[in-house]
Design a protein around this ligand. Structure first.
Ligand SMILES: [Zn+2]
Length: 541
């Protein structure tokens, strides 16, 4: 039992905005009262619900590939002392499993959603998530280039496709569906992409990206998954892609949807020389369409490594930057590309990208529908979130930063004219309450009675960037894991997944097809539930 007393509590989901009140914890949950037990004096501290990362890449074959491809990053920092409680880990831009759990918890984040899992390698992802301590996890399975699903959509067999998707989600022990560059990754196997939403995809006579987007959005709604279709739009990262993004949003009308890393999809201009921000146009669309949520995918200057299922995009990035490049095609399901990357403040394109991420966070009015992410590690590493919080909370500091960028940035972006400053309550929404709600995780992101006791206590400090960097205490599921700024206790996390309703007979359809086209036997394909650490199956309703 635990009582946190004297802190200023920010719990926007329950309408609590900086009120000094006690938070009581028993059996891993928030409770109305406790008698006895430990008391933490939180006088002078602010009390937040534990952070929830709705879109990150922390586990699985792609991450391991990136770790192997960038030994120069693994050498760089944050080696952990190997003690009785702390396992050895490497930090850098793609931290190893143990370090990932320590770093998230050490920042006050307690739930992470791994956003891109191929079914074929889901077992590997679960093994790594199992080894990622403290945080609770969920994962999304890649579906917009799965050839079994695409063939059914082309044939107009949406009902059968729905059963197949339900079966595949359960086979991967996943929580939801991710669509990456619909059709473009399948086309990439022939060196092509899918740049036009209304045009047939390479290898298909009539199936278009638009039909895949509409089909999957309907399937996810029909399966009643707690999290809507999680979509990485076509034409990521290219000048003028805002028109594709707007066209995508129109296709999604009438459905719920979450748009991933919107920063990478909000560019105007005709080429790299004329690229400009179109964040305002997308923000206006979001402000009038409550069916949508998004995460920023904000970018910060510095070294990172890009990792995405969007194979053609990575090839383009490699051609542009000349940096080393890795590509994997995952049989007939998806693909993956890796390219190390450096965002430079002296480069106009990067300056525009930096501004776009912040503009989206500042121009979308409703903090419940735009969330703090960097698409870790694509825009920047997750452990740099406090830098973004400072930029959002301090307009003067933000304007100072703009002065260091190429002067032409002012003509290509609107950031210098935006005076909005986030409040602490709004930070709690974009980092915890909002993403928890969008994920459909009702026990996360808030401090109401019955919620999981995931709590972060930060020091009040005029410099908001420092405030969020090192929480004084972090409590995960009722365990005090960070104390006086030190990681003291390492607990295991749970794993959220869904078991959608599907017709069991769908196996009779899949088995012969599978034996024909896959290199793995059908019976070895599904991940066993026993592989998951503390599985927690959420209802589809
Ligand atoms: Zn991503």
């Amino acid at each position: 039992m635990l009582r946190i007393t004297g802190g200023r509590v920010y719990d926007p989901a329950n309408g609590v905005d900086g009120v000094v009140k006690d938070v009581c914890i028993a059996d891993g949950r928030i409770v109305p009262q406790v008698e006895g037990g430990r008391t933490i004096d939180a006088t002078g501290l602010i009390v937040f619900p534990g952070g929830v990362d709705i879109h990150t890449h922390v586990a699985g074959a792609a991450l391991n590939f990136a770790r192997g491809l960038t030994p120069e990053n693994m050498r760089r920092g944050l080696p952990f002392v190997h003690t009785k409680d702390l396992r050895a880990g490497l930090g850098g831009v793609t931290p190893t499993t143990f370090a990932t759990g320590y770093l998230y918890a050490g920042m006050g984040w307690t739930t992470v959603n791994e956003a891109a899992v191929p079914i074929l390698s889901a077992r590997h992802t679960h093994e790594e998530l199992h080894d990622t301590p403290i945080v609770d996890k969920s994962c999304l399975v890649l579906m917009a280039n799965n050839e079994i699903v695409l063939d059914l959509l082309e044939a107009g067999e949406v009902e059968r496709a729905t059963h197949v998707v339900g079966w595949l989600i359960w086979a991967a022990k996943a929580y939801g569906v991710k669509a990456v560059n619909p059709g473009g990754v399948a086309a990439w196997k022939w060196g092509k992409d899918a740049k036009v939403l209304s045009g047939p995809i390479e290898g298909y006579s009539s199936l278009t990206p638009a039909a895949i987007i509409a089909g999957l959005a309907k399937i996810v709604d029909d399966l009643k998954l707690p999290h809507p279709l999680h979509l990485h739009c076509n034409n990521l990262g290219t000048p003028g892609n805002v028109s594709t993004t707007l066209e995508t949003l129109k296709i999604l009308e009438g459905h719920r949807a979450h748009l991933a890393h919107l920063q990478f999809h909000a560019y105007g201009g005709n080429d790299w020389g004329t690229i400009r921000s179109e964040a305002a146009v997308l923000a206006e669309y979001f402000n009038t369409h409550p069916n949508l949520t998004t995460d920023a995918g904000a970018m910060l200057f510095g070294d990172t490594v890009t990792i995405t299922a969007d194979g053609p995009l990575e090839h383009l990035l490699h051609q542009l930057s000349g940096r080393k490049w890795g590509n994997v095609d995952v049989e007939n399901e998806t693909g993956c590309g890796i390219v190390p990357h450096t965002y430079k403040p002296s480069k106009l394109v990067n300056a525009v990208q930096w501004a776009v991420g912040l503009e989206l966070l500042l121009l979308i009015n409703d903090p419940w529908r735009v969330f703090l992410t960097t698409d870790h590690p694509n825009g920047a590493c997750f452990w740099r979130y406090p830098e973004i919080i400072r930029l959002l909370m301090d307009a003067e500091f933000r304007k100072e930063q703009i002065k260091a960028l190429p002067p032409e940035t002012l003509n290509r972006t609107a950031l210098a004219d935006i005076d909005r400053q986030y409040t602490l309550s709004e930070i709690a929404i974009i980092s915890a309450a909002g993403p928890a709600r969008a994920l459909g995780l009702s026990q996360k992101g808030h401090l109401g009675v019955g919620a999981d006791a995931d709590v972060a206590l930060y020091e009040e400090h005029p410099d908001s960037g420092i405030l969020f960097e090192y929480p004084r205490y972090v409590i995960k599921g009722g365990d005090v894991v960070v104390e006086e700024g030190q990681l003291r206790n390492v607990s295991n996390g749970r794993q959220f997944l869904v078991h959608p309703a599907f017709d069991d007979q769908i196996e009779a359809y899949l088995r012969p097809l599978f034996q024909k086209v896959y290199t793995m036997s059908f019976d070895n394909y599904p991940v066993e539930i026993e592989r998951l650490q503390e599985p927690d199956i959420k209802p589809c309703a």
